[in-house]
Design a protein around this ligand. Structure first.
Ligand code: FES
Length: 343
């Protein structure tokens, strides 16, 4: 049963700023259906149980998807696997979240209480009283009396961590061969193609100030192979064209650009997010994850943020037919710098 207390309307001499405003008290308290009708309370309890059951099913579905849907390297299989994992996680979390909200709104204590502001640290008596109130709250939630609800909440909360722990544990002993991170599929003569259309690029296609996402143009059988998605992710490059006079190139890298066009790995050297935001005036490339900023005009050196080394540069040139091609693979591993420490 709910209760409602109106505070006294006290008007003082107004010497205190706050005293000039009478306390309007609290609006009339309205009882909820579940407070008035035991059947409504039962219904609400059943709804909360159903929501926890949805969470349990979501967790189990996520675990089943994790072990049964194995991407074979194609974009579609990765998309399907991620969709199944995502849906499982969505229902696991949504079930717990909605159940908690619905439980609090319909079944937990609905007492309205007003309290004066007081110094931040409460006295020992007040702290003890707070503990007593918390205990009363736990009592009020009725969890001790509602056996099915108790079972549902405990099961849902106990199962949910499995969505994180199981993938973590099962990755122990997985494929941790870091040698494959040292090379990409760029080779001398590999043409640069726009991602995702595959359109091949000539220098005249790239205007000053523009930025293009580029992948290696490889034969169809390579694109359909199971390792394509991994190789594509490692090899993705950003192509930027600057005014030649603005480029500060190291003497040994003067031949790595073509007519003001430079190509840098898109994988941030901090922890591997895709670098994406380009500011034309400053020639700065920004990684949205932790704001590492690279100066494209100056060897993609780090000018701000946690990254510790420049973005690796892909040497480029033009082939006999006028298409932009790679001169070779990157001369260093792409991605986070910790691969270097494991050399
Ligand atoms: S991953 Fe790019 S700044 Fe952290």
């Amino acid at each position: 049963m709910s209760e409602h207390k109106n505070t006294d309307l006290t008007v003082t001499d107004g010497s205190n700023e706050l005293d000039r405003f009478p306390d309007p008290g609290m609006p009339e308290h309205k009882l909820r259906m579940a407070d008035k009708d035991p059947k409504a309370a039962k219904r609400a309890e059943a709804q909360v149980v159903i929501l926890f059951l949805i969470s349990i099913v979501g967790t189990i579905a996520m675990l089943i998807a994790y072990f049964t849907i194995r991407p074979d390297g194609t974009t579609e299989s990765v998309r399907n696997a991620n969709l199944a994992l995502g849906l499982g996680l969505f229902f696991a979390l949504m079930g717990i979240g909605l159940a908690a909200v619905h439980w609090a709104k319909t079944l937990m204590s609905d007492h309205e209480k007003s309290e004066e502001r007081h110094p931040q640290r409460s006295s020992d008596e007040v702290r003890e009283a707070a503990v007593a109130v918390l205990k009363e709250g736990a009592e009020d939630s009725g969890i001790a009396r509602r056996g099915v609800l108790k079972g549902a909440v405990v099961t849902a909360l106990a199962l949910f961590p499995l969505t994180i722990v199981v993938p973590l544990i099962s990755s122990i002993g997985g494929d941790w061969d870091i040698a494959k991170f040292k090379h990409t599929i760029w080779r001398r003569g590999t043409r640069l193609a726009i991602d995702p259309t595959g359109k091949l690029l000539k220098p005249e296609d790239i205007t000053i100030g523009s930025i293009v996402h580029v992948i290696p143009d490889v034969p169809a059988e390579e694109r359909n192979s199971h390792h394509w998605i991994t190789e594509k992710a490692k090899a993705i490059v950003l192509l930027v064209r600057l005014d030649q006079s603005e480029l500060k190139e190291a003497p040994d890298r003067k031949s790595w650009s073509y007519d003001g066009i430079v190509a840098y790995s898109k994988i941030c050297t901090h922890v591997g997010c895709p670098v994406a935001l380009y500011e034309r005036q400053t020639h700065h490339l920004l990684c949205p994850c932790h704001q590492s900023t690279f100066d494209v005009a100056d060897g993609a050196k780090v000018v701000f943020g946690p990254a510790k080394r420049p973005l690796p540069q892909l040497p480029i040139m033009v082939d006999d037919e006028g298409y932009l091609v790679a001169q070779s693979d990157f001369d260093e591993p792409v991605g986070p710098s910790y691969w270097e420490r494991l050399k």
